[in-house]
Design a protein around this ligand. Structure first.
Ligand SMILES: CC(C)(COP(=O)(O)OP(=O)(O)OC[C@H]1O[C@@H](n2cnc3c(N)ncnc32)[C@H](O)[C@@H]1OP(=O)(O)O)[C@@H](O)C(=O)NCCC(=O)NCCS
Length: 164
């Protein structure tokens, strides 16, 4: 199933599909909805932030943001890092390994489009154990550093990109 999975830069044709799913309360507190990201925060108009769409068989099923702005320095002091944030997957497609496959595809996507980047950094709420496991299973290391988020403490995780 995941062979037809790919990552592409978001465009407005993806919005309706991405805006069609809601996360339940147990998940929505841990991320930002596509509506919030695109419509409220206007991520697409911010220099250094890129919305990425997760596509399965040409259907937009998930979303995240690659953030190259100085916000990343809340999580790392590495200049050549990118902050991955606002990850969500349409619940109809969760639990099938697609989140894992998407995170693995992200390495190559970043290396292809942003070859100067050496590290991906992210943070995950202490209570979001499923996402924590997902990141561990896709090569992210818990740095032991903590970011105090508005929803509670977050573990800072990172992954060095190897040449492939
Ligand atoms: C996090 C998210 C993208 C994972 O996507 P997914 O496709 O369901 O994940 P996968 O099926 O690839 O699972 C990968 C691993 O995550 C963990 N996991 C995923 N869903 C889980 C669940 N409901 N319960 C426990 N562990 C879970 C498991 O360790 C799993 O590995 P396994 O398949 O070997 O058991 C998705 O659950 C989501 O959109 N969550 C809401 C938003 C969120 O929390 N975003 C992350 C913010 S840091």
């Amino acid at each position: 199933m995941s062979s037809s999975l790919k990552l592409v830069f978001y465009n407005s044709n993806h919005f309706d599909e991405l805006n069609s799913y809601d996360l339940d309360e147990s998940q929505s507190e841990f991320t930002v909805s596509v509506y919030e990201s695109i419509v409220v925060r206007k991520v697409e108009s911010i220099s250094g932030k890129y919305s990425i769409t997760i596509m399965l068989e040409e259907k937009p099923i998930g979303y995240f943001v690659l953030d190259f702005t100085d916000d990343k320095f809340n999580y790392t002091n590495c200049q050549d890092a990118v902050l991955l944030r606002s990850l969500s997957l349409n619940p109809d497609f969760q639990g099938k390994g697609l989140g894992k496959a998407s995170m693995l595809l992200t390495d190559e996507f970043v290396q292809t489009h942003f070859p100067e980047i050496k590290k991906i950094v992210l943070s995950v709420n202490f209570r979001n154990l499923s996402a924590y496991q997902l990141y561990q299973k896709t090569g992210y290391i818990d740095t032991g550093r903590i970011f105090e988020g508005i929803r509670g403490p977050q573990r800072i995780m990172e992954k060095f990109l190897n040449e492939f």
